[in-house]
Design a protein around this ligand. Structure first.
Ligand SMILES: [Zn+2]
Ligand SMILES: [Zn+2]
Length: 306
């Protein structure tokens, strides 16, 4: 496999100012300031998901789990990641807020915190300053420990100035628990207590570990098409459960793209959803990787004509 370059062409998409801890603010709400409460909620939701063994498996509750998992995987991958972190496509200001609200329902704090932290991950990937590197800090910390580390608790507004100029997003970033609470209430109204257990608790636990595995496992296990400066990998299983994010080596090489599955067989459900939204005019200008990136060695890697 070719090693087309040692630098990522998409990496110039964002110029995050040199971030220091002093630049981090507390503009991301009360929950972040109460670390023990955050931990209690996190592990409490894990424990609550075990109630599936008590409430059984009513069909509407199981279907609700599938729906809330799918919508919120997209909320992280298609919204927090490919839109707010990397500007992989464009949308209107109104739909931007709708998307951001869907993102908050994933219970991974606010869009400005998430995206500014993620941009930092790309800036310092697997180096000093990366919030979550399994290479440097081990699996547990990279998977979920860093979330409770006060070092990364605040939102680096300087790193997300392009979206911090919208007051409604700053509000949502500060009040990010409105989304999860709204979703929990909807689950209860739709399918009662089993709906709450399946549609929120179990779904959220699965969602957390699927998306967090990109930070941990996708920097350890899988193949590398591109010689990036980090240890990112392409992993087909992670791509399946995270709707395309498992093509993480592709992503680290060309992060500005709206699609992470570069080849036709690299399934990327997030991208398919974005294409559907584009077809009805809700989003537009989806950014694609250039052919020279997708097929770096040209002739020998091009698909054979039938
Ligand atoms: Zn990464
Ligand atoms: Zn990224």
């Amino acid at each position: 496999m070719a090693n087309p370059a040692s630098t990522a062409p998409g990496s110039t998409a964002h110029k995050e100012p040199q971030g220091t801890q002093s630049e981090f603010t507390r503009a991301d709400g009360w929950l972040t300031r109460t670390d023990m409460l955050s931990r209690s909620i996190y592990w409490g939701i894990h424990a609550a998901s075990l109630l599936v063994f008590v409430v059984g498996a009513p069909l509407e509750a199981v279907l609700l789990c599938v729906a809330t998992y799918s919508i919120r995987v997209f909320g992280i991958t298609g919204v927090y990641h490919r839109y707010f972190s990397h500007k992989g496509y464009k949308t209107s200001r109104v739909f931007q807020f709708v998307l951001a609200f869907i993102g908050t329902m994933a219970t991974q704090k606010g869009p400005l915190w998430w995206a500014s932290t993620h941009r930092r991950h790309h800036r310092y990937s697997d180096q000093e300053g990366d919030p979550h590197s399994p290479v440097r800090d081990g699996f547990w910390y990279a998977h979920q420990g860093w979330i409770f580390d006060d070092k990364w608790g605040g939102t680096n507004m300087e790193g997300i100035r392009d979206y911090a100029k919208y007051p409604e997003l700053v509000w949502l970033n500060q009040n990010h628990m409105v989304g999860p609470i709204t979703l929990a209430v909807i689950c209860y109204l739709v399918a009662g207590f089993p709906g709450l257990v399946w549609g929120y608790a179990l779904s959220t636990t699965l969602l957390w570990h699927a998306t967090y595995s990109i930070n941990s496992l996708a920097h350890k296990f899988g193949t590398r098409r591109y010689e990036t400066k980090d240890d990112s990998r392409n992993n087909w299983f992670l791509a399946l459960i995270t709707f395309g994010e498992g093509w993480h080596n592709n992503h680290h090489y060309y992060m500005a793209s709206a699609r992470n599955g570069f080849r036709w067989w690299e399934y990327d459900f997030t991208y398919y959803i974005l294409r559907a939204l584009a077809a009805v005019g809700l989003v537009w200008d989806l950014r694609e990787p250039p052919r020279s990136v997708v097929y770096p060695t040209q002739e020998e890697d091009l698909p054979k004509a039938a």
